[in-house]
Ligand binder design. Structure first.
Ligand SMILES: Cc1cc2nc3c(=O)[nH]c(=O)nc-3n(C[C@H](O)[C@H](O)[C@H](O)COP(=O)(O)OP(=O)(O)OC[C@H]3O[C@@H](n4cnc5c(N)ncnc54)[C@H](O)[C@@H]3O)c2cc1C
Length: 370
């Protein structure tokens, strides 16, 4: 029996991929309702532009899955491939993104470097006079994390997975069982997929998973005449501020990338004024942006901004700490965990994500952060 703890987009994807491979001796335990954790607050971005090779490969494979989500799961999924455009205003950024784009292309991800004039051709509203260039990947995009979670869960249930909501795991006996308030469920394998709560869940098994919750907020804006849904999600890397156009206007955020650890999810409205200012510097017509709603959730950060994936102790596995990229990596994480458990090894080298890596001084953090 395999028990998955956590019914967010990652846990449901693992459940689906295991069952799809013919292993439906799987129980998924969610303390609340499916998808109510970090997944409920994610803004749905899916990008392959990372400096870390494993992150590029995971999202590249996830993009292929999202492109065919309905075929895989039987549920519709609106994957809008509007691209991501990173705007670069200094040599250091340009060098790092040029190297990263070369690496991404070697994995089949079609990232291009754009000149300021080419950026203006993509979106004439962008001020380009103080930019050195941009990095653009047309197959990046976005979709609904809630729809993905529901699609994975529905398909997993159909394939025989026992999905239990309102069932909190309170103890783990590694290699033997998990305990909920009511039950003891025998399980030789337990997968911790509890997002921002992974550190607490790890401690139930006597292991330390360095995942810290950090507030992340986002704001919906009313439609603007020029902000068409097909425009790329655009990130002003200098400030971190982004604008993510959608059919009802758009979502903005990104100037809170360095908040300290904590579980407070109160929206900090004082950040909206500097956010609009940063966006207006880059796109003068953002001055007219009207914020209609704001929300905040928790990102599950690790010390090097990479997920923690693999066996941790006797029969206990981790699939957590995706550092704000859990939705976009969820299909590939589910597939790789299923391969690893059922075939003995993953098809992508996941060593960079090994739970035991912390303390290895030479590991570089993910470089594309906003
Ligand atoms: C504002 C915001 C914007 C974001 N935007 C993006 C984005 O554009 N793209 C992207 O890829 N990611 C984004 N993220 C990050 C994304 O939300 C997470 O990476 C992802 O949702 C993690 O999924 P998960 O399944 O690991 O965690 P969760 O969704 O948190 O799921 C974990 C589940 O475990 C359950 N749980 C915890 N403890 C127990 C227990 N003891 N027993 C049983 N169940 C338990 C919780 O209730 C929860 O439902 C964003 C996050 C925020 C807050």
């Amino acid at each position: 029996m395999i028990v998955i703890i956590g019914g967010g987009v990652v846990g449901t994807s693992i459940a689906f991929h295991l069952a799809r491979r013919g292993n439906s001796d799987v129980v998924l335990l969610e303390r609340g309702r499916l998808g109510e954790g970090a997944t409920a607050y994610a803004t749905g971005g899916i990008r392959q532009q990372f400096t870390s090779e494993v992150n590029v490969q995971l999202v590249r494979d996830s993009v292929r899955f999202f492109e065919n989500f309905a075929e895989h799961t039987g549920s519709p999924f609106d994957f809008r491939q509007h691209g991501y455009l990173f705007l670069l205003d200094n040599e250091k950024q340009l060098t790092a993104f040029t190297e990263a784009a070369r690496m991404q292309r070697s994995y089949g991800v079609p990232t291009q470097l754009l000149t300021p004039d080419e950026i203006a051709a993509v979106n004439p509203k962008i001020r380009v006079d103080d930019l050195l260039g941009g990095a653009y990947c047309a197959t990046d995009g976005s979709g609904s994390p809630a729809d993905a979670t529901a699609g994975f869960a529905k398909a997993a249930r159909k394939l025989g997975v026992d999905v239990r909501q309102h069932t909190e795991v309170v103890a783990i006996e590694p290699g033997k069982a998990v305990r909920t308030k009511e039950d003891r469920i025998e399980a030789e394998t337990v997968i911790i997929a509890t997002g921002p709560q992974a550190r607490a869940t790890g401690r139930l098994a006597g292991v330390e998973l360095p995942v810290g919750p950090h507030r992340r907020q986002a704001f919906a804006i009313a439609p603007l005449p020029w902000l068409r849904a097909e425009l790329p999600l655009t990130v002003d890397l200098g400030s971190g501020a982004y604008v993510h156009p959608d059919s009802s206007g758009g979502v903005i955020g990104g100037n809170d990338r360095d908040v300290p650890e904590g579980t407070d999810t109160t929206v900090d409205w004082s950040l909206t004024e500097p956010l609009i200012r940063a966006l207006t510097h880059r796109i003068p017509e953002m001055e007219d942006a009207e914020i209609v709603r704001g929300w905040a959730g928790l990102r599950e950060m690790t010390p090097d901004d990479h997920g923690i994936v693999g066996p941790v102790t006797d029969g206990v596995w981790a699939a957590a700490g995706f550092s704000g990229h859990g939705f976009m990596q969820s299909p590939a994480i589910g597939e790789q965990i299923a391969r690893w458990l059922l075939d003995g090894k993953p098809s992508i080298d996941l060593d960079r994500l090994r739970p035991s890596r912390f303390g290895d001084a030479e590991l570089a953090a993910e470089g594309v952060r906003f």
